[in-house]
Design a protein around this ligand. Structure first.
Ligand SMILES: NC(=O)CCCC[C@@H]1SC[C@@H]2NC(=O)N[C@@H]21
Length: 461
C-alpha cells in the first residue's frame, strides 16, 4: 500500500495495485483452502489513499452494471481495459470463492449532463463482488464519503441499495462511514432483510465509542445481522480491527496496534440468523429506564467532552449501587457492583443527547459507563486504553426515543466480550456473570436518524 498525491501512468498505477492484489490473493487462496465461501477485503486495499481527482484517475476502471452478466476472467476486454476486475474475477473463479473488493469506478460524462464534473468524469469509491465462477454480481458506490475523500470521489446521485442472493443467504453491502447513517445501511437490514452485511472499511479508531471492533460488533447486534468487517491495517493511522460478527456477538476479531501484520479471519456463521434460536428478541429500548426515578438536579454532576461532544457525568463513588444521569430528554440508569473498588481508578456514568458535529454531523443519544483516563475528573471522556477494575455486575439502560441503539462492551486493551453480556427485551444491557476482564466502557450508542441533516450536508464540515 502506498499513498499517491503524484500523478502516475496507468501502468505504474496497475503495478502498485498488482502488488496489493498479490497480498489479497494470498488471503483468498488460504481462505478457500480452509473452506470459506466468501472473503471480504478492505476499503482502499487495492488503490491506496490520499489522492486528488487527477491522481486517482489512473487507478480507476469502468465497472459495468452487474446486470450485464460478465465474467471478466473469461472475457476480459468486453468493456474495455479492466485488468483489476479481470484479476479479481480470476481469483474468485480459480479458487471457487466469492471475492469482495474495493476499487475505483469511472463514468465519463459530458455537458449534456448538467451535473457532469468539469473534468468530464464521475469517479466513485466502489465495492465489487465476484461470485465463485468469477461473475460480477454486485457493484456499490459509496454514499457517505468521509472527509477529504469527497475531493476526489463523487457522491452517487441516490443511495444504492445493493443486495444479492447466494446459496448461503442474502447479502447487502456498504462501505466504512456509511455505517453511521440510515441510507443505505439501515435500509438494507430493516427493509431488505439481508442476512449478512459485507463491509470493506478503512476505519481510524476513536476511543471510547468508535473503535472498529467495538462499533461494528455493536451495530451487528443492534441491527440483528451478520457482519463481515474487513479493515485496513495501518497502525500509524490508527486503523486496525476487523471482525466476523453475528447478532449475538463476535465469532472472530482482530485488533493489533503493536505490529504491522495483517491477519486473515475465518469463522462459520448461520446463513439465516433470523431463523436461529440464538436470534436475540426485539428490544423496547426505553421500557426499563422509563420506569426508574426521574433525574433531580445533582450538584455532583459535571460536564466533560467525549470526541467533541459535551456529556453530563456522575461519578460511581461507591463500590456498588444505582445511579442516574440526565441530559435533555435522555435519562441514563446504571445499577452496578465492582469486583473491587480501587483508589487509582474512577468510573462515571455519562449521558449525551445532541448533534455530533465533528468529522460529519449525526444526531446521537448515548448512555455510557466509562473509565476515566486518570483519577482527575477533568480527564473523563479522554481515550483510555487500559483498566484494572472488573465488575461483578452491570445493568445499563436509557430513555431512548430511537429504535436504533447499538450495545457496546469494551474491555481493557480494546478487547471485546463475546458471550459475556446480553440485552434484555426491556432495553437493559447487562453482564451475564460479571466481567472476565477490566472494563473500559459499557455503552448504549443510539442514533436518531430522523433528526439528521439531508445528505450530503451532514458528511463534512
Ligand atoms: N473511510 C471511512 O469512511 C472512515 C470513516 C470512519 C471513521 C470513524 S467514523 C467517525 C470517527 N472519526 C474517525 O476518525 N474515526 C471514526
Amino acid at each position: 500500500m502506498a499513498p499517491s498525491q503524484t500523478l502516475v501512468s496507468p501502468d505504474d498505477a496497475l503495478a502498485l495495485m498488482n502488488r496489493n492484489m498479490d497480498v489479497l490473493e494470498g488471503a483468498v487462496k488460504e481462505a478457500a483452502k480452509q473452506g470459506a465461501h466468501i472473503i471480504v477485503t478492505p476499503e482502499d486495499g487495492i488503490y491506496g489513499w490520499v489522492f486528488t481527482r487527477e491522481t486517482i484517475y489512473p487507478y480507476l476502471e469502468d465497472i459495468p452494471d452487474p446486470e450485464v452478466n460478465w465474467i471478466p476472467c473469461t472475457d476480459p476486454t468486453r468493456f474495455g481495459r479492466a485488468p483489476v476486475q479481470e484479476r479479481l474475477s480470476c481469483m474468485a473463479r480459480n479458487n471457487s470463492i466469492y471475492v469482495v473488493a474495493n476499487i475505483g469506478d469511472k463514468k465519463p460524462c459530458n455537458s449534456s449532463d448538467p451535473k457532469c464534473p468539469s473534468d468530464g468524469c464521475y469517479q466513485y469509491n466502489t465495492d465489487v463482488v465476484f461470485d465463485s465462477e468469477g461473475k460480477l454480481v454486485a457493484r456499490y458506490h459509496k454514499y457517505n464519503l468521509f472527509m477529504s475523500e469527497a475531493s476526489y470521489f463523487n457522491y452517487p446521485k441516490e443511495p444504492e441499495i445493493i443486495t444479492f442472493e447466494t446459496p448461503f443467504g442474502k447479502f447487502g453491502i456498504f462501505t466504512c462511514f456509511d455505517i453511521l447513517f440510515r441510507e443505505p445501511a439501515v435500509v438494507l437490514v430493516s427493509e431488505l432483510q439481508v442476512d449478512t452485511v459485507l463491509f470493506p472499511t478503512a476505519w481510524m479508531n476513536v476511543l471510547p465509542f468508535l473503535t472498529a471492533v467495538e462499533f461494528h460488533s455493536a451495530w451487528a447486534m443492534g441491527m440483528g445481522v451478520n457482519f463481515l468487517a474487513s479493515n485496513t491495517h495501518n497502525t500509524i493511522m490508527s486503523m486496525t480491527g476487523s471482525g466476523i460478527y453475528a447478532p449475538d456477538g463476535a465469532r472472530a476479531y482482530y485488533y493489533n496496534m503493536k505490529t504491522e501484520d495483517g491477519h486473515l479471519l475465518i469463522a462459520e456463521l448461520d446463513s439465516h440468523p433470523r431463523l436461529s434460536t440464538a436470534f436475540p428478541p426485539a428490544v423496547s429500548w426505553s421500557s426499563y429506564a422509563s420506569n426508574v426515578e426521574s433525574c433531580l438536579p445533582d450538584e455532583n454532576d459535571f460536564s466533560g467532552l467525549i470526541f467533541h461532544d459535551q456529556f453530563t457525568f456522575t461519578e460511581l463513588s461507591k463500590p456498588e449501587g444505582s445511579v442516574t444521569v440526565c441530559q435533555k430528554d435522555l435519562r441514563c440508569h446504571l445499577s452496578y457492583k465492582m469486583a473491587e473498588k480501587r483508589d487509582d481508578e474512577v468510573y462515571v456514568l455519562g449521558a449525551f443527547d445532541g448533534l455530533h458535529v465533528v468529522e460529519g454531523q449525526y444526531y446521537l443519544q448515548i448512555c455510557t459507563l466509562l473509565k476515566c483516563k486518570s483519577t482527575d475528573l477533568s480527564t473523563c471522556g479522554q481515550p483510555a486504553e487500559t483498566a484494572q477494575t472488573k465488575f461483578a455486575k452491570f445493568s445499563l439502560s436509557g430513555t431512548f426515543d430511537t429504535n436504533y441503539v447499538f450495545p457496546e462492551v469494551l474491555y481493557s486493551g480494546v478487547q471485546l466480550a463475546p458471550g459475556e453480556f446480553e440485552v434484555l427485551s426491556d432495553g437493559r444491557l447487562q453482564s451475564k456473570n460479571g466481567t472476565s476482564k477490566p472494563v473500559l466502557t459499557v455503552t448504549l450508542f443510539g442514533r436518531h436518524y430522523e433528526k439528521d441533516l439531508p445528505h450530503p450536508l451532514r458528511s463534512f464540515l
